[in-house]
Design a protein around this ligand. Structure first.
Ligand code: SAM
Ligand code: SF4
Ligand code: SF4
Length: 298
């Protein structure tokens, strides 16, 4: 039976305002935006529900998870359940006294670095110096750190330099992914580059694909950017992953509110989780691939 691990959005609040991020719009465009934080009770409702398909590799995400006042308790709880989490963080709010927690109770830390020069990185994210300092500290302590570089119009020509520099930082993994931005709002997106430039980018990404065994990801990226075929393998969202929001809502994918499965604080969690599996099974890659998303694979 397939196991499903949640991506747990512990808060929508963030200390950054990355130019491509959906949360930036949410925080800045809604004047009544109030940060909210998941209660440990919500996570307990899922992990203590007895649901037979629950996987043991949750991802903690946000917003910025380290702004959650109880993030340490959440991480310790999941690890104690035998579900050692992966944590997605921009690294900036992580304090030195929390490094031990990451060494002992976290399987992997994912972050984003969009350029290796402060000005370009901060042009679309922010806090370059703090990010690099924490990244180096974590690598020194043997925490498994993986870096994503979100490709936009601002950085796609520099992927060779970005790859070489991140390699020197000795990170455990590296992932290049085009920014998912709907076409009508897409000044930053690289989806409409002339084919010759797309081919140059794909060639420049070959060393990365070889070093980190990401050949298939590169093929899928090529199909997406050059309007090629739809991937045969299913996107993991709705296939082996679902999203648990800070308020208890459950969906198969962040981008599929139409497939919302209910709220584990209002309904018996097992029923909500059965429903997310049923609704996730209806997702077809062709519905979303190439629109604003290139699918996730693990
Ligand atoms: C939503 S953030 C949450 C965790 C944390 N705040 C961070 O930035 O790592 C997780 C990751 O989503 C990715 N991301 C955000 N917006 C994106 C977009 N429009 N297109 C592609 N990736 C995006 C970035 O790589 C980011 O690191
Ligand atoms: S740090 Fe993460 S959540 Fe915050 S704005 Fe940037 S990508 Fe979005
Ligand atoms: S391709 Fe994108 S929108 Fe579609 S299920 Fe996967 S992550 Fe969600």
């Amino acid at each position: 039976m397939t196991e499903f691990s949640p991506l747990i959005e512990v808060t929508p609040e963030c200390n950054l305002r990355c130019s491509y991020c959906y949360y930036t719009d949410q925080m800045d465009e809604f004047p009544d935006f109030q940060p909210e934080y998941i209660d440990l009770d919500v996570i307990e409702a899922v992990y203590e529900s007895g649901w037979s398909q629950l996987g043991d590799r949750p991802s903690i995400t946000g917003g910025e998870p380290f702004l959650h006042p109880d993030i340490e308790a959440i991480i310790r709880y999941l690890d104690a359940q035998g579900a050692t989490p992966v944590v997605n963080s921009n690294l900036i709010p992580i304090r030195e006294d929390q490094y031990g927690l990451l060494e002992d109770h976290v399987a992997q830390v994912n972050t984003s670095i969009d350029h290796v020069h402060a000005e370009q990185h901060d042009g679309q994210r922010g806090g370059f110096g703090a990010v690099i300092d924490t990244l180096e500290d974590l690598v020194d302590r043997d925490v498994d750190v993986r870096v994503t570089c979100v490709l936009t119009q601002n950085n796609y020509e520099d992927v060779g330099e970005i790859f070489d520099t991140l390699l020197e930082l000795d990170v455990d993994g590296m992932f290049f992914q085009p920014a998912y931005i709907p076409h009508d709002d897409g000044d930053l997106a690289i989806t409409d580059l002339p084919d010759a430039e797309t081919h140059e980018l794909l060639d420049a990404l070959e060393p990365w694909a070889q070093e980190f065994d990401c050949q298939r990801n590169l093929e899928i990226m090529a199909d997406s950017l050059l309007d090629g075929g739809i991937p045969e393998e299913r996107c993991v969202m709705g296939e082996s992953r679902f999203v648990l929001y800070h308020d208890g809502r459950v969906q198969p994918c962040f981008d599929r509110p139409d497939l919302a499965a209910g709220n584990v604080t209002d309904h018996p969690p097992r029923k909500v989780l059965d429903r997310v599996v049923d609704r996730g099974a209806t997702i077809r890659n062709e519905e979303c691939f190439n629109a604003s998303c290139v699918c996730f694979f693990e």
